[in-house]
Design a protein around this ligand. Structure first.
Ligand code: 173
Length: 319
């Protein structure tokens, strides 16, 4: 055995005792409500994490937006009020505009890990948000525009639409009046007629009963919904090598489960039809224009907001 290998073996032998001496518990908050599919998706993962992580690492799930409001989750992770969160970047653009660029990814997260995008994301997330980006937990999931009123062309001039940063530039480019809300406020906004529609992925409108108030879904979908696990950088750096290795293994296991989304999306698409939600489709040329507009305005605004990282991320995340 070479000396280096001997040291490695010797060090490995000490790891369990060392790690057992310092089990760390990480508080995790969800920016999405506790009844959502996103929370349901990570619940068995957290259970397995805690079962396998005894003596090493534990997650203490502290809840959803009742614990920390959706748009404050990013700041709470940045400041270490909680060690971890499940969120989408659109909810923490107050920390950096780049947070919302990951919706524009056209390649899988596995591919992002191979082509350097994942490391690049971490460089930016470390520097600008004091965060480690651990795992992307949603893939293959487009966003759609949902409406209470029919439209026959991509013109939202007379409509007031609920948005987050995900949809803002695109819907504004089609003339919509915008109103930003957390997901938890969408139902009431629809019920009171304060908005005529909203942006949301293809999956999930049943989680908060929005189907009751939704009449139309506009096809095609656009972008690629991003929901991820993020972590406070100091908390991440404090982990022992064994803890980090465990966390990495669990993060990859979580991403390996992303093939469920295609099925869940198909199920919800059917369920929407069964619930009487009609689809509005455009002719092929108009649909292409709609999609081109979605990406063009989003990347233009990304490059403008982040002249340094926008173009790099565009290169790394586009097909
Ligand atoms: O709240 C939202 O519409 C939003 O930005 C989002 C992002 C990713 C997944 C689900 C919702």
């Amino acid at each position: 055995m070479k000396p280096n290998a001997m040291i490695a073996v010797a060090a490995a032998a000490f790891v369990p005792a060392f790690a057992a001496a310092q089990e760390t518990t990480l508080k995790l908050v969800s920016a999405f409500g506790e009844t959502t599919t996103y929370v349901k998706h990570i619940t068995p993962w957290m259970q397995k994490f805690n079962a396998e992580g005894k003596g090493v690492l534990q997650i203490n799930f502290i809840g959803g937006p009742k614990a920390i409001p959706t748009f404050e989750v990013g700041t709470s992770v940045k400041n270490g009020v909680v060690e971890m969160a499940m969120s989408t970047g659109a909810f923490y653009t107050n920390l950096m505009p780049e947070a919302d660029f990951l919706k524009l990814a056209q390649i899988s997260v596995a591919e992002q890990r191979r082509n350097g995008a994942f490391d690049y994301i971490n460089k930016v997330w470390n520097q600008k948000a004091n965060m480690q980006y651990l795992a992307r937990i949603v893939e293959d999931t487009p966003f759609h525009l949902y409406l209470t009123k029919r439209i026959d062309k991509p013109d939202l001039k007379d409509l007031k639409i609920r948005v987050t940063p995900v949809y803002r530039d695109f819907f504004a480019a089609m003339g919509a009046t915008l109103m930003q809300t957390a997901p938890g406020e969408v139902y009431t906004a629809l019920e009171r007629g304060v908005v005529d529609g909203y942006g949301w992925p293809i999956q999930g409108i049943f989680d908060l009963n929005w189907h009751e108030k939704t009449k139309f879904r506009v096809d095609p979908g656009f972008y690629n919904a991003e929901v991820s696990i993020i972590m406070n950088l100091e908390s991440y750096r404090k982990l022992s090598p064994a803890q980090r290795q465990f966390l990495e293994k669990q993060s990859l296991a979580l991403e390996a489960g992303n093939d469920v989304w295609k099925r869940l999306n198909e199920e919800d698409t059917k369920r929407q039809a069964q619930a009487g939600i009609q689809t509005i489709t455009f002719d092929p040329a108009t649909a292409k224009k709609y999609l081109d507009l979605a990406y063009d305005v989003a990347w233009a605004s990304a490059v403008k907001a982040s002249p340094e990282h926008g173009p790099q991320l565009k290169k790394l995340l586009s097909r």
